[in-house]
Design a protein around this ligand. Sequence first.
Ligand code: BES
Ligand code: MN
Ligand code: ZN
Length: 510
Amino acid sequence: MKINFQELTTAHPTNKTSMAKLDTVIVFLVGEDRKLSPLASAINKQSGGALLKAVMSPKFTGKRGQYITVIAGDSVKCDRIILAGVGSLKTLDRKALEAIGGGIVPQVNAVGAKSATLLLEDLKIPGIAHTEVAARIAHGVSLRAYFFGKYFTKKTADEIATFSGFTVALADSKNVTKFYGELEKLEAGIFLTRNLVNEPANISYPESMAEECLKLKELGVEVEVLDEPDMYKLGFGALLGVGQGSSRESKMVIMRWNGLGKGSKTQPVAFVGKGVTFDSGGISIKPAGGMEEMKWDMGGAGTVIGLMKTLAGRKAKINAIGAVGLVENMPDGNAQRPGDVVTSYSGQTIEVLNTDAEGRLVLADVLWYVQKHFKPKFIVDLATLTGAIIISLGTSRAGLFSNDDKLADQLYKSGQKVGEELWRMPLADVYDKQINSDIADMQNIGKDREAGSITAAQFLQRFVNNVPWAHLDIAGMAWTKKDDGITPKGATAYGVRLLNELVRDFYEGK
Ligand code: BES
Ligand code: MN
Ligand code: ZN
């Protein structure tokens, strides 16, 4: 999606010379009062009252999420006019503005138009500058218009999406470009995450993902890739056991963004991602129905990689580590067996009772490595860790587990702000006891199926030592089956906006 900002005067529809410049599709915002803005009124007059009729139609109340498309007559120099309901101006916040932008996309595609222009007149929204309104709507358009179409060879252009250029015309368009510049870097990270996560597992595997990480070097990110011999030497028994049945070599990638300068001694913040490029379950194999969904099981790693791209892209003043454990979990003659005992990098031994509880095994070694080598200020890990978190929270909130109230609060607040929500779940000794093993330091599943997401988090906590840590179980959030708001179906890149905001609001420059 190409985004442009333009001075409103040059797009003024009542100006005879510029009338020819009107885009094929014009968008106006309409509030709950269903009053037409001055420009919309001018067009309404030109079109013999068509817009007024449309906003007064019984189903249109100006609520957020309502759109109505009017066919323009010959007297107006555009083909269609989309009226977008924005609801009450008092409750408009950045999330709502982005969602309004997102909702414009299917409307323009339904018309089959390539481009659209929003004529944005001054709206009095409490606490949000006019330039931000423009940038947020454009951001929403851009995020929703993302389309993973690389494997279609036969679909025609209009079966795919036609809409590819969005202009916002506003007074003061120069200042908005600066504001939007930062959002563009955020989009670049989100799109990288979505691309990585949408890719099927025959194309995206540990080594190919590591290569994608290496591309971040162009932005000044230091990237180190550990291969199997490296990890064997270090003693990564937990991670390597998971990848043992796969013909793809396991990798761990460490990305470093030193936004405070090369020699800076400031402790970094750290993000860790589960990158199981395909989770068949291993010998504890999953049922066939829905197994294809396990190509998404590297969603945590995808988010960490996209986040690093955003932080580096916008030159964030922070030292940040992104570390991902990349493995494929497959059954094979050499695969790990249920009952095997492995020794993790921390030295703790694990009885692997179920080879499908593999994400925690991967994270155990990566978490330990990150603490030992970087002494971070905090660690946030992201993982599509348990089906149980979807039973608990559904697909509207990720599970948040933390040993630190301050970090948990910061994460919660950032989530609320950007609309990537979290819900805090407990950690406690009663749950921890459930992963004690009869023959090793711990087992990788609980004694029964109770509290499955919590016992998984307790397992991770055994690899966390005196460092503020939060675990986000994003199993219900990494991908979506339906288009909604700013997110088209497929990979969501959940977490990139949340963690970018966390860094921005609480840690950057500090
Ligand atoms: N990757 C899955 C969890 C998952 C399930 C993510 C559904 C997204 C959607 C994870 O590795 C897994 O298989 N977990 C098991 C744990 C069980 C064996 C203790 C689960 O949730 O069933
Ligand atoms: Mn699994
Ligand atoms: Zn998994």
